[in-house]
Design a protein around this ligand. Structure first.
Ligand SMILES: [Zn+2]
Length: 201
């Protein structure tokens, strides 16, 4: 009996994060969802066994759904180690699962997520309960210098690299990236240098 489905919504130029959803057909809403780099890793881990079609719900039986949950937990554990989330939070004596999930998302992101991006992550999370909870977690990671916050105009971005460095704002996309001093952007109106408060660039 195929009472479950799995579906991947791949990242696009508008939405930078993969979303993998495991749904139980009888219930409304999603049983579990994974968002961002972790979703992509889990998808790679399960796709060969299931021959998944992209962006189309794939019917599953209960055993397959259980297999995906086990596989997802294993991939998440591996990523927590690989991105040194377990190690760094343990060093600060932090055991909160939601904090682990958030730091993993930020470390796996291949861009500087904005507050809005972290809000989207929260909406897909089953352990970060609210916006207030998210704010508390961000403050905790920031205060322990595991991430840094970069304020550009009225927008906040979060950086997995907590050390001082300069950024570049792309005024067309509104995104920031690390500033490479070898890149001459002084002639361009599109890019704006964002110096770190503790260093010139
Ligand atoms: Zn940066």
């Amino acid at each position: 009996m195929h009472t479950w489905t799995i579906e991947l919504t791949p990242a696009s130029h508008r939405q930078f994060n993969d979303v993998l959803s495991l749904n139980q057909n009888k219930t409304t809403g999603h049983f579990r969802r994974w968002f961002g780099g972790l979703a992509g890793e889990i998808y790679l881990g399960i796709k060969s066994g299931l021959d998944l079609a992209i962006a189309r719900p794939q019917p599953l039986d209960k055993t397959q759904a259980q297999h995906i949950l086990i596989q997802a937990a294993m991939v998440q554990q591996q990523c927590m180690h690989h991105y040194r989330v377990y190690q760094d939070l343990k060093a600060h004596d932090l055991k909160d699962l939601a904090l682990h999930d958030l730091l993993l998302f930020i470390r796996m992101a291949n861009y500087h997520p904005s507050y809005q991006d972290l809000g989207e992550f929260q909406q897909h999370s089953h352990v970060i309960e609210s916006n207030e909870h998210l704010k508390t977690l961000i403050n905790e990671l920031n205060s322990k210098q595991l991430i840094q916050c970069i304020k550009v105009n009225n927008k906040r971005f979060y950086d997995k690299n907590p050390y001082p460095h300069c950024h570049l704002l792309d005024t067309e996309t509104g995104l920031i990236s690390d500033y490479d001093c070898h890149l001459n952007v002084s002639h361009s109106h599109r890019f704006k240098r964002i110096p770190h408060k503790k260093m010139a660039c």
